[in-house]
Design a binder for this molecule. Structure first.
Ligand code: C2E
Ligand code: MG
Ligand code: MG
Length: 652
């Protein structure tokens, strides 16, 4: 103790220097909020200034010179003032901690009271300067306690106690290491303040304030790091783990549990676009948040739910609870406040499941495989749920192989048109044909169902359509040269082409470039055009008609706005989809009959595709549809077989 008292000026100098340096660091470093940064800067610089003032006060204490007279009074004033300033800055720091990021809307009342206590102390200091209430100086210019000295310290002590109580009360807003550090740091000056009452010859209080400031700096760095780590792993909207957080959680869980007891589910909220349109994007975010928290609340302690961004969630669920969890996911109620009313929305999802069977699987793959399953459910199977099974994996590999092979096949011309005849049942004569792409690969024929969906993923389908059109044109020229009069051949154009602003012109250029008269070619476009606005399709159809080509709407009746399509666009031909021909009920028959009537009324030709049975022909004839395409007459044929049909012309 003696040594400490002897060296206390050196101790004060070192601590002041450290606080100054830390104050500068606090100025440079970015903290999680500006107010937190400035409270720290205040604490560090305040502590340094306090110690310097104390050094001066010690140095000139008892110096009876004129300079000493003013120096000791100024230093004393600064010392008392800065001590209170420290408490103020510390108070502000605690407020920043417990109100930051919207944890508490307003600072607690008692912390506001702290400000009042400390400000009262500051007023007392100012008054003391002139009245000697808290501190005074004797004839030899030595510092002495005044009559209100104790009140001054009691006010500071009450402020510290209130701060400590608040740290404890709002502990859930402060992470554990910071919390315990704060409690220690509030207790330390408190003890020092009490000690100070009995030990006037040692600056125990100042030293403890300086140490508190230094610890405070270290603690805020730790806090900063924790916040950073948490924000890296947490989704801001829902507070659930994000992708990294989810993987980190599974890494932790797999240390304690056998990962093979779990499934992962990738959840893609359905109709999110519609929700955003209908309720606005702010409510859309709210739906996502409430949905996420709702499904997370269904999980046990050893299960995890994370948000991967957008409307995608991922969950890690014990196999025993999987059924119950999937059942809950079928229809998740979410309450939205619209105006004064509460509306309950039932959220459904497309879910991809992955059953973990390999104990050593890489955690990232657990997420990836479930995502793959969801993709398959949504895009390939068009179902709300799929598990990533072995068969699906095989299919996927096959489609990947095709994906890689397609560009080469297009280059090598491995695709060719097959021709499916259309027959006029009034005179049983061939009246047209549809060109359908086939891929000759490895001495086998790959059907469109395998390669069209793969090609539709990118724009290679557009290249295929133009390639087939060109092949058809060349075949037509060849037939005409051979003296065969071909019927009008329809060529399919994927809706993906609608993004091409000069589509009609390019189609016409291929036909004209091959010297084929327009009457031999018909363009077929499918009804489902969800990717592009209706106006695009309308523009293309009208441009093609201006070039003298006819346009058919393929698979008519399968879309959701077929009638609207007819109102907006005048097609030359309506191609009624197979689903409509397979009439099972009276209602379906009536619908078919009226669709045919409508087509005639608006001056469109009508053709039925996918006709397989004679009784269907009879029914179609009764309803007034005379053009038929279907297995009942022919399957898609090789060019040579189709030539034979053209020569024969008649069907029996
Ligand atoms: P689509 O254009 O509607 O063609 C009719 C499909 O129905 C053809 O299948 C045809 O073989 C089949 N079909 C015809 N009659 C019957 C029948 O009586 N019963 C049954 N069950 N099916 C019948 P395909 O050739 O497998 O083509 C499937 C789809 O692939 C086509 O449907 C078309 O959307 C697409 N596609 C084919 N070639 C091309 C092409 O060159 N370009 C584009 N964009 N799509 C093509
Ligand atoms: Mg077609
Ligand atoms: Mg069709």
């Amino acid at each position: 103790m003696e040594i400490l008292i002897q060296n206390q000026n050196d101790i004060l100098k070192i601590l002041a220097a450290v606080c100054l340096v830390l104050g500068c660091f606090s100025l440079i470093i970015r903290y999680r909020s500006r107010s937190m940064k400035y409270s720290l800067v205040g604490i560090e610089f305040g502590a340094a200034a306090l110690l310097i003032a104390d050094l001066f006060a010690n140095k000139y204490n008892g110096d009876a010179s004129v300079f000493g007279f003013y120096a000791v009074r100024t230093a004393c004033f600064l010392f008392y003032f800065l001590m209170n300033f420290e408490i103020l800055a510390f108070n502000y720091y605690i407020i920043c901690l417990i109100t930051g990021r919207g944890k508490l809307k307003e600072p607690p009342k008692s912390l506001k009271v702290c400000f009042v206590l400390v400000l009262t102390d500051i007023v007392l200091v100012v008054i003391s300067q002139f009245t000697g209430l808290c501190y005074t100086f004797n004839a030899s210019n030595s510092y002495q306690r005044g009559p209100l000295f104790l009140i001054f310290f009691v006010l500071s002590a009450v402020a510290f106690v209130l701060q400590m109580i608040n740290v404890i009360k709002y502990r859930k807003y402060i992470n554990s290491s910071i919390r315990s550090a704060l409690i220690v740091f509030t207790i330390m000056p408190l003890i020092a303040a009490v000690l100070r009452i009995f030990m006037s010859d040692f600056s125990v209080l100042n030293i403890s304030i300086a140490l508190t400031a230094i610890f405070q700096y270290i603690v805020s760095l730790v806090d900063q790091n924790n916040v950073l780590m948490k924000s890296v792993n947490t989704d801001a909207l829902t507070g659930l783990p994000n992708q990294y957080g989810f993987i980190a959680e599974i890494e932790k869980l797999r240390d304690q549990h056998d990962i093979r007891n779990y499934n992962t589910y990738y959840i893609d909220i359905a109709r999110m676009g519609q929700f955003n349109k209908r309720y606005g994007s702010e409510n859309g975010d709210l739906i996502i948040k409430k949905f996420g928290l709702s499904i997370a609340s269904q999980l046990e302690k050893d299960e995890v739910c994370g948000r991967l961004g957008g409307n995608f969630f991922i969950t890690f669920v014990n196999k025993e609870n999987a059924e119950k969890f999937l059942d809950y996911l079928k229809d998740v109620p979410v309450d939205l406040k619209i105006g004064d009313e509460i509306e309950t929305i039932y959220v459904t999802s497309v879910i991809g499941g992955y059953e973990i069977t390999d104990k050593h699987i890489v955690t990232e793959h657990v997420v990836g495989n479930a995502a793959l399953a969801a993709n398959i459910a949504k895009n390939m199977m068009k179902k709300p749920f799929a598990y990533l099974t072995k068969e699906i994996m095989e299919k996927l590999n096959e489609s990947r192989q095709l994906e890689e092979r397609i560009p080469v096949a297009l280059k090598n011309g491995e695709f060719l048109p097959y021709y499916q005849p259309k027959v006029d049942i009034d005179n049983m004569e061939l009246c047209g044909a549809e060109a359908l792409a086939r891929w000759e690969y490895d001495n086998a024929l790959v059907p469109p169902a395998k390669f069209i969906p793969v090609m539709e993923k990118d724009d290679s389908i557009c290249r295929l359509d133009f390639y087939i059109l060109d092949r058809v044109c060349k075949d037509i020229v060849e037939w005409i040269d051979k003296g065969i009069e071909p019927p009008c051949i329809s060529v399919n154009f994927s809706r993906r082409n609608l993004g091409n602003p000069v589509l009609a012109e390019e189609i016409y250029n291929v036909i004209a470039g091959n010297n084929v008269p327009g009457k031999y070619i018909q363009v077929e476009i499918t009804e489902t055009i969800d990717e592009y606005p209706l106006s695009y399709l309308k523009g293309v159809v009208e441009a093609l008609q201006r070039y003298g080509l006819t346009v058919a709407i393929d698979d008519f009746g399968t879309g959701s706005s077929s009638i609207n399509l007819l109102r907006e666009i005048s097609f030359d031909v309506l191609k009624i989809d197979r689903q409509f021909i397979e009439c099972r009920s009276e209602k379906e028959k009536k619908l078919l009959e009226h669709i045919i009537d409508i087509a005639h009324d608006i001056d469109s030709h009508v053709i039925a595709e996918g006709v397989e049975q004679m009784d269907q022909i009879k029914m179609l004839k009764d309803y007034g549809c005379s053009q038929i395409q279907g297995y009942v007459f022919d399957k898609p044929l090789r060019k040579s077989e189709f030539e034979e049909r053209m020569n024969r012309k008649k069907y029996g």
